[in-house]
Design a protein around this ligand. Structure first.
Ligand SMILES: Nc1nc2c(ncn2[C@@H]2O[C@H](COP(=O)(O)OP(=O)(O)OP(=O)(O)O)[C@@H](O)[C@H]2O)c(=O)[nH]1
Ligand SMILES: [Mg+2]
Length: 374
């Protein structure tokens, strides 16, 4: 199951815009009718006008239904995001309403055509066309709230983080200001994408790097895995459950320098909570902002920074590693930079081990040949 590309969902017009577009197209279709016989001409015109309006409305509505991602085909993560952002029930109901209205528009145009076939005078033909237009407008009026919902939903959904659940995903957690976003930026190829969770105003980053054709995604969790458990509501809990489903590893970033403003005691409590919240997700605990940690040997730190810089020139060189003597955790610094390549190596190893222990698991998009048909 590949992630939904939220940025490509189509715009939804207002009822007024939709009707204007459909009726002006219908007028052109009517004007194009040529027939010397007045009765025949009027019948054809009125039939074409209603037919064209019905067709264009139904095809636009059905196109939206088709192009808006179906909840049934989304990953659990995406469903949880939709639930938190706009509500799955309203989402499903609004798309259902578009489908219903599309059917009704076609039905009205078919009924109108049938009626016109029995008419012999132009005046009732015009009346029938007007009546059909009225019914179409009233059907559209009935889905006005649904279209308004979809239009607003689009703005919110377009900002959601996109995660491909068929590739490894690393969830980066830690207290506010510990350097989560900086770590994602320093590990990523190119600039991380900026996205938003529905429950926080904080920007979040989704970055990635590629190793041996596997795309390792790094997902930020500001406002989600950065504060005590009791403050979380039902929707956030659902999103956390979804993160556990999509995340293969959790990188928990500590800031022993406490320059981010959170004491180590609170950070450690948060670490314990996150470990409980994501019981199935292995954790790698890292000490960040290594350049500000007093416990490190300055000479050793300088050597690590130098070796890390040398790696940029020669990627096959030795990968430096430094651990905090007081915690035993791997130390990194996104600004130095240092320890980043060691962390990357460790991630690749850990993910590799996980994939090896379950060799029968194929990626979701793997093509399976059904031999019975050959
Ligand atoms: N000295 C130093 N500062 C760092 C390092 N990493 C991040 N910072 C600084 O710490 C501050 C917070 O970094 P962010 O990456 O925004 O932290 P965050 O955890 O994403 O913060 P929120 O998203 O607000 O929770 C910024 O001012 C960074 O420049 C580091 O390795 N060393
Ligand atoms: Mg951040």
């Amino acid at each position: 199951m590949v992630s939904v590309v939220w940025r490509s969902i189509p715009t939804v017009l207002t009822v007024e815009e939709l009707l204007d577009k459909a009726f002006s197209k219908a007028k052109k279709a009517g004007d194009a009718v040529v027939d010397k016989d007045r009765i025949f001409r009027t019948r054809k015109q009125m039939t074409r006008m209603v037919g064209s309006a019905g067709d264009s409305l139904s095809s636009t509505l059905l196109q939206w239904v088709r192009r808006w991602p179906s909840l049934d085909k989304m990953s659990e993560f995406d469903v949880a995001m939709v639930e938190a952002a706009v509500g799955c029930d309203d989402y499903r109901q609004s798309l259902g309403a578009c489908q219903w209205a599309a059917g009704k528009c076609v039905e009205i145009s078919q009924q109108n055509a049938k009626k016109l076939r029995r008419m012999v005078n132009p005046t009732p033909m015009h009346e029938a066309r007007r009546e059909a237009y009225g019914r179409i407008s009233s059907i559209m009026g009935r889905i006005e709230d649904n279209l308004d919902f979809l239009r607003e939903a689009r703005n919110i959904l377009r900002a959601l983080p996109m995660i491909d659940s068929s590739e490894p995903c690393l969830v980066v957690a830690g207290a506010p200001n510990v350097g989560k976003s900086a770590l994602i930026a320093s590990m990523s190829t190119g600039n991380p994408e900026i996205a938003a969770y529905p429950f926080t105003t904080k920007q979040l980053h989704v970055g990635h790097f590629v190793n041996r054709r596997l795309k390792y995604q790094l997902v930020d969790t500001p406002g989600l895995l950065d504060r005590p458990m009791e403050e979380r509501n039902h929707i956030e809990m659902q999103a956390i459950a979804a993160l556990e489903h999509v995340g293969n590893l959790c990188l928990f970033l500590l800031d022993p320098s406490e320059t981010g403003g959170t004491s180590m005691e609170i950070q450690t409590n948060l670490l314990n909570e996150v470990a409980e919240l994501l019981p199935q997700t292995p954790l790698i605990v890292i000490d960040g902002k290594g350049d500000l940690i007093d416990d490190l040997d300055p000479d050793e730190w300088a050597a690590v920074c130098e070796m890390e810089a040398a790696l940029a020139e020669n990627p096959d060189g030795p990968i430096p590693e430094i651990r905090n003597p007081s915690s035993g955790h791997l130390v990194i610094s996104s600004t130095a930079p240092a320890g980043i390549e060691r962390l990357r190596y460790e991630i690749i190893e850990r993910i590799g081990e996980m994939r090896e222990t379950d060799p029968l698991t194929l990626p979701d998009n793997w093509h399976v040949r059904d031999d019975s048909v050959y």
